[in-house]
Design a protein around this ligand. Structure first.
Ligand code: PHE
Length: 493
């Protein structure tokens, strides 16, 4: 469906780099806000009416201040958790909307504008809205949740729409797109984080809003030129025009393909459950049980959060090139997922080593190398799984459900994030050794399972990924039949 004729950069359509830029600004805004959000809630608690009376703390108690701090932290983390969960539920709605009514292009503009408004709502100075601070807080979050729902799945499906079925560059394209995501998050942590913490949290939100607007402007001004008509028409309508029956039930091949998406999405819950320990238990482990002195300087534990996006930027081009170079030997996506699980497991083995190093001692500290190694393996796993999964959804989803299934993909990652918090608490109960070992074993088992069923999954893809090398005519025939059903295109092309 590549209707873009404006040439290529690095062998990819120029539209990829426009989507890269738009998503970079959106993620700058998203992660920038997320980086300072909890700090803001605690610092401005009094304005929101969160005082001792609110939490039922007796001000006369000797440790009243301590209790308040604890209650505020817990309250802030609770709000962040609920927000982070809903942010990945709404993509199901946003995907459905794009498939059935708006098309992706309109959905991401609406989503982007809503998110910018959300940031501006959070950034509205409290002196301007006396008595309405909490209302503005929740309104801002609501706008961000809705906006992300319209934006996030749809920008991803458009990346896939730049490539025709069977185009071998698709995984590499998503890996490049993934770099944009992570460049954006680094930018967000530094720009929004610095302005927020050093000047004023609310200025941070305003800057995050401006970043989002830049993404919207970029998209609006360049999409005609670089995206052609990709994402203009709702997929369900296009599929109806081409197949003359929008409500024909899915064929059994299409049903198989949806099954593959759902099974593989299910495995991602396990992946995110482990991976997302980064901000939780691994963060605490860094702060409390790791020797953070480097060259005579104690680095803040939170800096370690940027190790992952930095590794993504470093490794993503290598992975993209590697997949392309492997040619016929390139592993299919279930096998790439399995590799992702193994890397995740290796990362947790590294954390187990850190736990062994400190043993039962309360004062011993683990070497920072273990954490960095763990983040390195986790990033390698992420690159085998996350961009590959996005690519897979766009490759396998029946045309009229592409964005909806992309929404489901994010929904499952939201569930994984949710489960991660639960596992994080377990680290406190059973200790780091047992908890990290448990996650490692779970990851290895999931990886082995995936590897074992990969052949079956590829069969269910019905030609979208080859199981065995075939001769050329067989390949062409299969590609043509699949392109017909998937793209909903019969005569044109
Ligand atoms: N860095 C990724 C992103 O923002 C993290 C993520 C993966 C989020 C999968 C949702 C789902 O896109």
């Amino acid at each position: 469906m590549s209707n873009t004729n404006s040439g290529t950069i690095f062998g990819h359509p120029k539209g990829l780099f426009l989507l890269f830029g738009t998503e970079m600004w959106e993620r700058m805004s998203y992660y920038g806000m997320r980086g300072i959000f909890v700090l803001y809630l605690v610092a401005f608690a009094a304005n929101f009416g969160w005082d001792m009376a609110y939490f039922g703390i007796d001000p006369a108690a000797a440790d009243a201040q301590d209790q308040l701090t604890k209650a505020l932290n817990k309250n802030a983390l609770g709000i962040l958790g609920i927000y982070a969960f809903w942010v990945y539920v709404t993509p199901v709605l946003g995907g459905w909307m794009a498939d059935n009514h708006w098309g992706q292009r309109k959905a991401i503009i609406v989503g982007g504008v809503l998110m910018a408004l959300g940031q501006f709502t959070l950034g509205t100075p409290h002196s301007m809205i006396p008595g309405l601070e909490v209302e503005f807080l929740y309104l801002g979050l609501f706008l961000l949740i809705m906006g992300n729902g319209f934006f996030k799945p749809n920008i991803s499906t458009m990346v896939g729409d730049l490539y025709t079925e069977g185009d071998k560059r698709r995984d590499a394209a998503f890996t490049i797109f993934y770099m944009g995501i992570n460049l954006g998050s680094i930018l967000g942590y530094f720009v929004v984080g610095t302005i927020g913490e050093k000047i004023n949290y609310q200025y941070g939100f305003l800057v995050a809003g401006v970043g989002m607007l830049l993404g919207v402007i970029l998209q609006m001004s360049m999409s005609k030129k670089f995206l052609g008509n990709v994402g203009v028409e709702p997929a369900a309508k296009k599929s109806a025009d081409n197949q003359e029956a929008s409500n024909t039930p899915l064929t059994s091949e299409e049903r198989d393909r949806v099954k593959v998406i759902l099974i593989m999405s299910f495995f991602t819950i396990i992946f995110w459950l482990g991976f997302e320990q980064a901000a939780g238990s691994m963060n605490l482990f860094a702060k409390q049980k790791t020797d953070l002195m480097m060259f005579g300087f104690e680095i803040p534990a939170s800096w370690l959060q940027s190790v992952n996006p930095i590794f993504v930027i470093l490794f993503a081009p290598m992975f993209a090139a590697m997949w392309l170079k492997m040619g016929a030997a390139e592993p299919n996506s279930p096998k790439k997922f399995a590799m992702g699980m193994f890397f995740l497991g290796l990362g947790f083995i590294s954390m187990v080593m850190a736990a062994i190093q400190i043993g039962d001692s309360d004062t011993a500290k683990a070497s920072i190398i273990w954490l960095i190694l763990a983040y390195m393996f986790h990033t390698m796993g992420e690159l085998c799984l996350s961009p590959i999964g996005l690519s897979l959804v766009t490759k396998l989803a029946p045309l009229k459900y592409t964005s909806l299934l992309m929404g489901m993909w994010f929904f499952f990652s939201g569930v994984g994030n949710y489960a991660a918090a639960w596992v994080g608490q377990m680290v406190g109960d059973v200790g780091p050794f047992a908890a990290f070992m448990g996650v490692a074993i779970m990851a290895f088992v999931a990886g082995i399972l995936l590897w074992l069923i990969s052949g079956k999954l590829v069969d269910w893809m019905h030609g979208a990924e080859d199981n065995q090398p075939k001769d050329l005519t067989e390949k062409i025939e299969e590609e043509l039949s699949v392109t017909g059903t998937h793209e909903g295109i019969k005569e044109q092309h």
